[in-house]
Design a binder for this molecule. Structure first.
Ligand SMILES: C[S@@+](CC[C@H](N)C(=O)[O-])C[C@H]1O[C@@H](n2cnc3c(N)ncnc32)[C@H](O)[C@@H]1O
Length: 226
């Protein structure tokens, strides 16, 4: 996936990239930070912590992309003082040059930032690292299809490119894989609300919820392994 990326400033002022050849953006043009926070942090992470009343959770993200969601989760863990063990998969990591211009830290409350985005982006791959008392991350250069894990997860951030660009990532067999990777009570969350994905999730065994979407999107999905 050696595509040319074009920088775009989204509606909330945060930067994303667009791959013209795929007709895909890494984030919503209505706001990269706004949508990521809405879908994954609020409807995924904060929902899970509210429901489960636990102090720590394991998150799996597909795929790491710019690192925005990983960084956002890192900042959030400092804010809510709950532990997150974060695993992120990305077969096509960005270069340091590409991440350098993103400067996502300026969108978050500095009192909860213990490492800036530039330093966060330079964390090495494949080796789990503790970045704070609340946040451990392992970035893995692999695709979801090949990912194997001995651990189970509490939350999956399913942030693949859209169905039109990568339909194979939205097929029922991978929804089944998500189901198998989750602990009971685990939550799968995504910006996608496509009917076939919903049906694939149901077939895999999930209870599926259509939720109001972030700015610019009518709906999003949360699926729960009961
Ligand atoms: C919508 S972007 C993710 C944005 C990211 N969550 C962020 O915060 O910037 C989709 C990502 O999935 C990655 N990807 C593509 N094929 C994949 C696969 N088979 N398994 C895992 N990730 C994949 C892409 O390279 C891209 O970085």
């Amino acid at each position: 996936m050696d595509y040319i990326k074009r920088k775009i400033i989204t509606e909330d002022g945060s930067i994303t990239y667009r791959i013209d050849d795929l007709k895909e953006n890494y984030h919503s043009l209505y706001g990269a930070v706004t949508e990521s926070y809405f879908v994954y942090l609020n409807e995924g992470l904060n929902y899970w912590f509210q429901k489960r009343n636990q102090c720590e959770c394991n998150i799996l993200e597909l795929g790491y992309g710019t690192g925005l969601m990983a960084y956002m989760s890192f900042v959030e863990s400092n804010k809510i003082r709950k532990s997150i063990d974060y695993t992120s998969l990305e077969p096509f990591p960005m270069t340091i040059e590409e991440t350098k211009i993103l400067e996502y830290d300026k969108f978050f409350d500095s009192s909860y930032i213990s490492m800036n985005f530039k330093k966060f982006s330079s964390i090495i791959w494949e080796q789990a690292q503790d970045l704070s008392p609340y946040f451990r991350i392992a970035k893995k250069q692999t695709c979801f299809e090949n990912f194997k894990s001995q651990n189970y997860f509490d939350i999956i951030f399913y942030d693949a490119f859209g169905y039109n660009a990568q339909p194979e990532l939205w097929e029922p067999n991978l929804m089944r894989k998500c189901f198998e990777l989750l602990n009971p009570g685990g939550v799968w969350v995504s910006y996608c609300a496509k009917g076939s994905v919903r049906r694939g999730l149901k077939k895999a065994g999930f209870k599926v919820f259509r939720l109001p979407g972030p700015p610019g999107k009518r709906e999003m999905l949360r699926a729960v392994k009961e």
